[in-house]
Design a protein around this ligand. Structure first.
Ligand code: ADP
Length: 760
């Protein structure tokens, strides 16, 4: 205790020092706290350190409290001591006061510490708040970053979603972004591509520049064609658009290349296909023109063949006709029996040869498809009778009977092809005669159908001859088919006749069939349709008897072949006609100019000027209506058409049948102004109307039936009348009664020429 009392001042000093030290420490702490406060804003660790320091300070305070308690204890001891020492008591009281002051100070200090602590705590709270705020901001930032990341990922996947190359370019034309397809196609890395010139990757950079400039100018581009320089030269169509910021400022453009290799391939394939098609068409056209030229060639060949056949038959037939003609002439003269026999043999051989030549010629025509059919009016019964007449001698010779069954219902005049009908019947009747040794031959005509315009007639030729074996009957209508191999040897023939008959019937819409029994006979029947007509063909078909009143007919024979000239002369002399011969067309024209003729017999093939040319001249230049009959060795349809075209009135086939020749000459000469025209049936029906009003009896009487005089007068009438009628019309229209009177007056006498009476 003494020790303590003794050491009291020093202890106070120490305490004071300690206090001073404490105050310093406090200041330090304050400054540290201050620093800590400032540092706490940036460094949490620092704050923790300060907190630790505060803890230490607290511990210190606790320690100080303990010390205080110790002091209190010591004060208690001192109080006891005070009881003993009053003097000491005051001192002690002073010390106590001091101690109290110290305590107070300590309390203040404690308070201050507590305040500091609360400030530090607030600071800590603030720091914590700040930290939380920062963490919040960080979180938001992080979330934002994630959002940005997501958006950029989204954009990237959008870029990559395109399998077509995609480029993002800036307004300078530099690539700023691209997708993998672009990397793939350019074979360059992303790094190399970014920042490079967009136009560098195309075969036509200038065009590429145009393309991206168009995007920036217009805001978009559509299907801009470019070729990518990728080794394969990939064709592409570019589509793109600009992209802008919030203020509408253009930041760049995004262009996508649509690879059109496939389309191009299709296009190319299409073009190729088109080219191929065009080529094929060209080839087809070439083939067509070849085919056409082949057809032309074939047609030419057919024409040449026909011409050849015509020429040949002409060449063969001319001497043959002369042989037959002269044989006939000779046969009319006084002959010994032997001579007549030989001459008949010559004639029969000649006839056979002519038939053969005609058959071959007809067949050639059928082959060439050149068989055409006339439509002329003719009298059926007369025509059939005339033809059967030709067989009379032969039938008599074989002691056969010829029976003609004619259906009276058949109209007298019909329109059809009488020449072809003759040919058909001639063939069938000649077969019937040829293959029949005894019995009869029946030719029957039956009308099967009739309507307003046409009739259908069935012609049947039956015989009681050898018949045809059943096995052969089906082939009988084919070329060169005969019933037996011996037929030709025994009966002659070529097996062409029936083939020709079939070809003459079927194209006219008819049918032909055969019924036959070996040893009993055959019936060949065919049907044909004919047009009905009102025209009465009597005038033409009438067969005047030779050597009647037609003596003074002047005939000009135009024929170059001496033999034919001679034959014609003989025939015409026989008819009692006057005749003159011209050996070609030119001479004929001269002769016609020199003196009048009634009719011309015109051969077709002649030197200098042929028959067609001569007729053309007579009709067109000489304006003559003189009847002209063509003499033709070959009745080809071609020639017939030409004959009509140049204005010939009729034709006669060689060898000339003298009866036909006579009839044709007489009927043409007798028919005044009988112009044979192309539209014969039409004109003829008009003529028919006219005939009703025309009576030539008085003219014939006055001219003593001189045909040329009659013709001259009629043509005068025809010439004069139309202008007179015109004058009459004019007089009526203009009420010029004088004109009407004089025209009518002039016309009356001319009416008497054609027998027009006032009664009509
Ligand atoms: P061709 O009489 O020239 O031999 P066709 O074509 O006219 O040729 O006749 C062919 C064949 O048909 C004849 O050869 C003959 O065998 C047979 N034939 C034709 N008509 C008769 C008929 N009326 N009677 C018997 N046989 C016939």
């Amino acid at each position: 205790m003494a020790k303590i009392l003794k050491s009291k001042p020093s202890e106070i000093v120490i305490l004071r020092d300690q206090l001073a030290q404490k105050s310093e420490e406090k200041e330090e702490l304050e400054s540290e706290l201050f620093i800590a406060r400032r540092e706490l804003a940036f460094q949490l660790e620092e704050r923790e350190k300060r907190a630790n320091e505060l803890d230490i300070a607290n511990e210190e305070l606790v320690f100080q409290d303990l010390e205080k308690e110790k002091r209190a204890e010591e004060l208690g001891i001192a109080k006891i001591e005070l009881a003993y020492q009053d003097i000491e008591k005051e001192k002690r009281a002073t010390e106590l006061d001091i101690a109290n002051i110290e305590l107070h100070f300590q309390k203040n200090e404690k308070k201050m510490r507590a305040t500091e602590l609360s400030i530090a705590k607030r600071e800590l709270d603030f720091q914590n708040e700040e930290k939380e705020k920062r963490e919040e901001v960080n979180k938001k930032l992080k979330a934002n970053n994630n959002q940005i990341k997501l958006v950029s990922q989204y954009a990237r996947s959008l870029l990559e979603a395109s399998r077509d190359p995609l480029f993002v370019i800036n307004s300078e034309g530099k690539i700023t972004d691209l997708n993998n397809a672009s990397v793939k196609i350019t074979h360059l890395t992303r790094e190399k591509l970014i920042g490079s010139e967009f136009i560098d990757y195309f075969t036509e950079p200038d065009k590429a520049r145009e393309g991206y400039q168009e995007v920036f100018d217009r805001g978009f581009v559509e299907d801009f064609p470019l070729t990518i320089k990728d080794g394969k030269l990939t064709p592409a169509l570019f589509n793109g658009a600009v992209y802008k910021d919030d203020n509408g400022k253009v930041l760049g453009a995004m262009v996508i290349a649509r690879i059109i290799t496939q389309q191009k391939r299709f296009e190319n394939e299409l073009t190729e296909a088109r080219i191929f098609a065009e080529l094929a068409t060209e080839i087809a056209e070439v083939a067509k023109s070849k085919a056409e030229s082949a057809t032309r060639l074939a047609e030419d060949a057919v024409k040449a063949k026909q011409q050849f056949l015509s020429n040949m038959s002409h060449e063969i037939r001319t001497p043959m006709n002369a042989i037959i003609g002269f044989t006939k002439v000779l046969l009319k003269t006084e002959l010994t029996e032997k001579q007549e026999e030989y001459l008949n043999a010559i004639k029969i051989s000649g006839d056979a040869l002519i038939v053969l030549i005609n058959d071959i010629l007809d067949l050639a025509k059928v082959d060439a498809g050149k068989m055409t059919f006339e439509q002329t009016p003719f009298r059926m019964e007369v025509s059939i009778s005339a033809m059967l007449h030709l067989f009379e001698t032969k039938i008599q010779e074989k002691n056969l009977k010829l029976i003609k069954e004619y259906d009276e219902k058949i109209p007298e005049t019909l329109v059809g092809d009488p020449v072809r009908l003759h040919q058909i019947i001639l063939n069938l009747v000649s077969n019937a005669v040829k293959f029949t040794q005894k019995g009869k031959i029946t030719v029957s005509l039956k009308m099967l159908e009739e309507d307003e315009d046409k009739v259908k007639i069935e012609f049947a030729i039956s015989d009681t001859g050898i018949g045809i074996p059943e096995s052969k009957i089906n082939n009988i209508f084919e070329n060169f088919q005969q019933a037996t191999s011996g037929t030709s040897r025994i009966y002659g023939g070529t097996g062409l006749g029936l083939a020709i008959v079939k070809q003459l019937v079927e194209p006219q819409g008819g049918t032909i069939k055969v019924k036959s029994k070996e040893g009993e006979g055959s019936t060949f029947s065919f049907t044909l349709k004919f047009q009905k007509t009102k025209w009465d063909s009597k005038i033409e078909a009438e067969i005047p008897e030779i050597n009647t009143e037609f003596k003074n007919i002047k005939v000009l024979v135009v024929e170059d072949i001496r033999l034919n000239q001679l034959l014609m002369k003989t025939l015409l002399d026989d008819f009692g006609f006057e005749r003159e011969v011209a050996s070609n067309g030119l001479i004929a024209i001269e002769k016609l100019k020199e003196k009048p003729f009634d009719i011309v017999l015109m051969d077709l093939q002649m030197p200098e000027m042929n028959g067609f040319e001569a007729t053309d001249y007579i009709r067109k230049v000489m304006l003559s209506n003189i009847p002209i009959i063509a003499l033709t060795a070959d009745v080809t349809t071609m020639d017939l058409a030409k004959c009509k075209e140049v204005g010939m009135d009729d034709y006669i086939a060689k060898p000339v049948d003298e009866k036909i020749l006579f009839n044709k000459i007489v009927s043409l000469v007798r028919k005044p102004n009988s112009e044979y025209t192309k539209e014969s049936s039409l004109i003829k029906s008009e003529v028919e109307e006219l005939i009703k009003y025309i009576d030539l009896t008085s003219l014939s009487h006055r001219t003593k039936s001189n045909p040329s005089l009659m013709a001259e007068m009629i043509s005068l009438y025809l010439e004069q009348t139309p202008p007179l009628i015109l004058a009459m019309k004019k007089g009526l229209e203009e009420q010029d009664w004088n004109l009407l009177y004089s025209a009518t007056h002039k016309m009356i006498p001319s009416f008497s020429i054609v027998g027009l009476s006032i009664d009509f």
